[in-house]
Ligand binder design. Structure first.
Ligand code: NAD
Length: 498
């Protein structure tokens, strides 16, 4: 019998009947491995009600008690990370070591949330006016919604959930319907760590569940990660319904290679960042900008490395790159390769039609390299989100920077150079939220915050770290006087500080 994956509401698996559901595939075989329930209005109501009911007690739970639960969760996650990595691989397809990497980065965010007692401290100004003290308090918002994409089914929920609950909020998490099991595993671990029922709920489904959260008057904030069109929609719809929204969107990340760069280092970095997780990362490098005259040599070095990559089932220890997530996504990515050829890009390595041992039904596409790509081609313009790397040639530093800055996305970028002055100028001039200097995937550590610029983020708060705590709290400033016997009488003037 096919496994059923259902919601986690009020501290337990949902036992009701699902009116709609969807297939969850094993991308390495193309087989259906489970069916996931899709929430309708009643399930949205149930999840929001559970979170709303849990909020008063959770908000009133001491920082010491909340922190202890977070430490216990961190411990359980570290102990069970291999199990979770295998779950991620079975539904997403990425190789197990890569899934383990995503969990390691997720743990950083849990560790940050363990510092809630320190991070939630307010300010205090004694005697701001004579006999008057002023202080600030950071309070939770209430019920918050987290909506996550398929490509990091463990890490992206954990960018938000630990910080949100450490701040005293209660959460409804709506993970991607393509790989829903990691979210239930995480909810189970939180319960084991002692998190009270209703503080974290998992609601599975599609647009119906998302719209239910965006429109629900009890939901106070939405953290979203996904593609740019949906991020824009979520931002516009959520804010129209009076919510605080941070919506992180898609990307087209450029890696600029200057003529003085170490080309072996640059080629290793381009291949690692272009084809890790089959290019299904929002921080994947999808465009290499080769500044004259390095193009021919760099392309040759990248191609040489690509041809050695081992594509296969992510559960096999020798696989370096797994399949794409679904048949539909595979067809879309492959159609971009066809379009690149039709539009005149030079196909250096063709990943179409590869054969992988014994796994004919998997969604395989080998690593693909285009050279001499120009900005009007669809392989350059669109986020492909697959193992397709484009090389654009640039005549110098300025045209390279102009190209990056003209792109509507602004998630991540990197420069490869041995010239510190050039790198410093680049970090100053580039209009992108996360910049790597000889680092191809500059995902900030958990105590900074993650977010792009332009069409890669809607809203004004980046994810996790200090901006995460800021997003999940609202501040109150208290001005207080404890009158002494000398207080004066009525005064209708605007209060002045004396
Ligand atoms: P997606 O936009 O298709 O889906 C994201 C979430 O939105 C899912 O939970 C999905 O169920 C929901 N959704 C999908 N269509 C919807 C609709 N019409 N209305 C309401 N909700 C809808 O994204 P995806 O394919 O799951 O993930 C890949 C995308 O996410 C890529 O564009 C990638 O760049 C982006 N991403 C961005 C970041 C970042 O930090 N900027 C991180 C990871 C992924």
């Amino acid at each position: 019998m096919t496994e059923r994956i259902s919601h986690w509401i009020d501290g337990k698996p949902f036992s009701g009947v699902a009116e709609r559901s969807g297939d969850v595939f094993d991308p390495a075989t193309g087989q259906v491995r489970a069916r996931v329930d899709f929430a309708g209005g009643a399930e949205v109501e149930a999840a929001v009600a559970a979170a709303q009911n849990a909020f008063p007690a959770w908000r009133g739970t001491s920082l010491a008690a909340r922190t202890r639960i977070m430490f216990a969760f961190r411990q359980l996650l570290a102990e069970r990370k291999d199990e979770l990595a295998r779950i991620v691989t079975s539904e997403h397809g990425k190789v197990v070591s890569d899934a383990a990497g995503e969990i390691a980065r997720a743990i950083e965010n849990v560790e940050y949330a363990c510092g809630a007692a320190q991070l939630l401290k307010g300010g205090f100004s004694e005697n701001a006016s004579t006999g008057v003290d002023v202080y600030s308090i950071a309070q939770p918002l209430g019920v918050v919604g987290v909506i996550s994409p398929f490509n990091f089914p463990a890490m992206v929920p954990l960018w938000f959930v630990p910080n949100a609950i450490a701040c005293g909020n209660t959460v409804v998490l709506k993970p991607s319907e393509k790989d829903p099991s990691a979210a239930n595993f995480i909810a189970g671990l939180f319960a084991e760590a002692g998190l009270p029922a209703g503080v974290l709920n998992v609601l599975h489904g599609d647009k119906v569940a998302v719209d239910g959260l965006l429109e629900h008057p009890v939901v106070k904030a939405i953290s979203f990660v996904g593609s740019t069109p949906i991020a824009r929609y979520v931002y516009e719809t959520g804010t129209r319904h009076g919510k605080r929204v941070q919506a992180l969107g898609g990307a087209k990340n450029h890696m600029v290679v200057l003529p003085d760069a170490d080309l072996d280092l640059a080629a290793d970095a381009a291949v690692s960042a272009g084809f890790g997780s089959a290019g299904e990362r929002c921080m994947a490098v999808s465009v290499v900008v080769a500044v004259d005259p390095v193009g021919d040599e760099l392309v040759a070095k990248i191609a040489e490395r690509i041809r050695k990559l081992r594509v296969g089932d992510g559960r096999r220890p020798d696989s370096e790159m797994g399949p794409l997530v679904t048949a539909a996504h595979h067809a879309k990515v492959e159609s971009y390769v066809d379009a690149g050829v039709a539009e005149g890009a030079e196909l250096v390595v063709d990943g179409r039609g590869i054969e992988v041992d014994g796994e004919a039904g998997g969604y395989w596409l080998g690593p693909t390299l285009f050279d001499k790509v120009s900005p009007e081609m669809s392989v350059y313009r669109d986020e492909i989100f697959g193992p397709v790397l484009s090389v654009v040639r640039a005549e110098g530093y300025e045209p390279a920077v102009e190209l990056v800055n003209a792109n509507p996305y602004g998630n991540g970028t990197a420069i490869f150079t041995t010239d510190g002055g050039a790198a410093r100028r680049f970090q100053n001039e580039i209009e992108v939220g996360m910049v790597g200097v000889n680092v191809p995937i500059p995902v900030p550590v958990g105590y900074y915050s993650f977010g792009g610029w332009k069409d890669s983020l809607f809203g004004d708060s980046h994810a996790y770290g200090p901006e995460g705590f800021h997003f999940f709290t609202r501040t109150k400033v208290v001005t207080s006087r404890w009158p002494d016997p000398s207080h004066g009488g009525v005064n209708l003037g605007f209060p002045r500080n004396t």
